[in-house]
Design a protein around this ligand. Structure first.
Ligand SMILES: [Ca+2]
Ligand SMILES: [Ca+2]
Ligand SMILES: [Ca+2]
Ligand SMILES: [Ca+2]
Length: 494
């Protein structure tokens, strides 16, 4: 299946762009063992992840059931009409300026939030939501009741986010036991009067993660969930599944495990053990690298946020890779060595970050893969840029030292054909490509020196099973290879 080493240039497709001749020519013989031990960064799969999320949402794109409207105030089940929320409570909500004293009918509806909220109950449950005049802190707050009885029912996160408040204590006033989740963009949700709280401050939650159970703690006269969607701390209209919640109605939860895909696989030698650790970058808030260490608990390095793209490189040239991220909006790379952070602005918003030792000496440099154009842009330490064409518009970048000479080489992975195309340089400096089929369509490429021989090896990560399949061979272009599997990271739910 694998092509022999040093075969003639392979044209994978008629559209394959010939390798540019302007790429730095490898310095043959300048093998640095230290540098050879460090590995290329790996894969980015934004486009795939985005489409995966989209298709998942589509699957649940059924209209919610709307039952008959509920009477405000729930006769026979009075609740917190009279109470005033404790102003000293952390993250207590407020009414929007101008909302105070007005009924919901007199208020202008608020705009659709950025956060894709679902109802704060498990998939398929139908709850009625109501408000009433004087509902504190805002008439836009929703009191939810369950027809079969509320007490002890699961309350789940309406969207992914980070728990910023978790008040525990059955005697707490006002909201009683409650949780606030920050969803970014100034948006947050509040879940109040809980009978139990099952999350802690700082915990990163997915949509559907249980945060507690329904109760009547605090200023409530009967079990119910008091729920608020907030913008900058002020209560706004609640939206679920892309629609404004019609107050005093029943709706079925479509909070059906739309766990956003957050893990991006990478590999590199972070600890000087020569062989590469596999890791994932988990795009939560805050985001973090989760690194495997044989026999040791996984290490978590917090850096970046959910929208950032991970990049690994040896920023200080000590032979071990360091974490980095790129913010696509600001185009700024943040390269971290211990507590020092270096920021470099490079590339376009739609670019994917890469890094490698382009010149074969000292620390690594950064670069980008430009989707659409099929080009790599390699940035030298002095800021000069080398452009190299390789692969198709939608190929994913993969980097590594394919020949072990200490200079990082380029490659791409085509997710449709499940094949790598590696750019090689022969001893005379002539460049050619080698195609190596590996993995199955949809896999995400990862490269790393699995055996620590100084030559970067190939691998893929299966999003369905969160499994790294590491191709073990003397060189990535070698015909024979044994595959080792390591399950790590969170699988995509489809
Ligand atoms: Ca380093
Ligand atoms: Ca360098
Ligand atoms: Ca090389
Ligand atoms: Ca190797």
């Amino acid at each position: 299946m694998y092509r022999p080493k040093h075969r003639a240039p392979t044209r994978r497709r008629p559209t394959l762009t010939p390798a540019a001749r302007t790429a730095p020519v490898a310095a043959v013989g300048a093998v640095s063992l230290a540098m050879a031990a460090v590995l290329g960064p790996s894969a980015y799969a934004d486009s795939q992840f985005t489409s995966g999320q989209g298709s998942h949402q589509g699957k649940h794109d059924k209209p919610g059931k709307h039952g008959k409207p509920d009477k405000p105030g729930k006769p026979g089940k009075p609740d917190d009409d009279e109470h005033v929320h404790d102003p000293t409570a952390t993250n207590g909500g407020s009414a929007l300026p101008g909302d105070a004293g007005l009924s919901l009918k007199q208020l202008k509806p608020t705009a659709q939030p950025t956060t894709p909220y679902e109802m704060p109950f498990p998939c398929g449950q139908t709850w009625s939501g109501s408000t009433r005049a004087g509902h504190s802190p805002s008439v836009r707050s929703v009191d939810f009741n369950y027809p079969g009885g509320d007490h002890g029912m699961a309350v789940v996160a309406a969207a992914p986010g980070t728990v910023v408040t978790a008040v525990v204590g059955k005697k707490k006033p006002s909201y009683g036991q409650y949780v606030v989740i920050d969803h970014g963009n100034g948006e947050s949700t509040l879940y109040a009067h809980l009978d139990s709280v099952l999350v802690t401050v700082g915990q990163v939650v997915s949509a559907g993660t249980q945060v507690g159970t329904v109760g009547d703690t605090g200023n409530a006269y009967g079990d119910h969930l008091h729920f608020e969607e907030r913008l900058a701390g002020a209560v706004v209209d609640s939206w679920f599944h892309g629609s404004r919640f019609p107050m005093n109605s029943s709706q079925t939860s479509q909070n059906c495990g739309q766990v956003p895909v957050t893990d991006i696989p990478l590999a590199g030698d972070m600890y000087g053990g020569k062989s590469a650790e596999v890791m994932v970058y988990r795009r939560a808030k805050p985001a973090s690298f989760h690194v495997t260490r044989t026999g040791i608990k996984e290490r978590v390095i917090k850096i970046g946020n959910g929208a950032d793209q991970p990049v690994l490189g040896d920023w200080d040239g000590n032979g071990r890779v360091d974490p980095g991220v790129r913010n696509p909006a600001s185009r700024v790379f943040t390269l971290q060595v211990k507590r020092d952070r270096t920021e470099i602005k490079f590339g376009k918003k739609t670019d994917l970050p890469i890094a490698g030792n382009w010149d074969g000496t000292g620390a690594w440099e950064i670069g980008v893969r430009r989707p659409g154009s099929g080009k790599f842009l390699l940035r030298a330490a002095d800021g000069t840029v080398t452009k190299i064409s390789l692969g198709d518009a939608d190929d994913l970048p993969v980097t590594g030292d394919w020949d072990g000479n200490g200079t990082t080489d380029l490659g791409v992975y085509d997710q449709t054909t499940a094949s790598f195309t590696l750019l090689q340089t022969d001893p005379l400096g002539t460049q050619y490509t080698v195609v190596i089929p590996f993995g199955v369509p949809g896999d995400v490429p990862v490269s790393g020196d699995w055996d620590g021989n100084g030559i970067t090896d190939l691998g893929v990560w299966s999003p369905e099973t969160a499994t790294f399949n590491k191709r073990g061979a003397v060189a990535p272009t070698a015909a024979k290879g044994r595959v080792k599997h390591v399950q790590f990271g969170r699988p995509v739910e489809r």
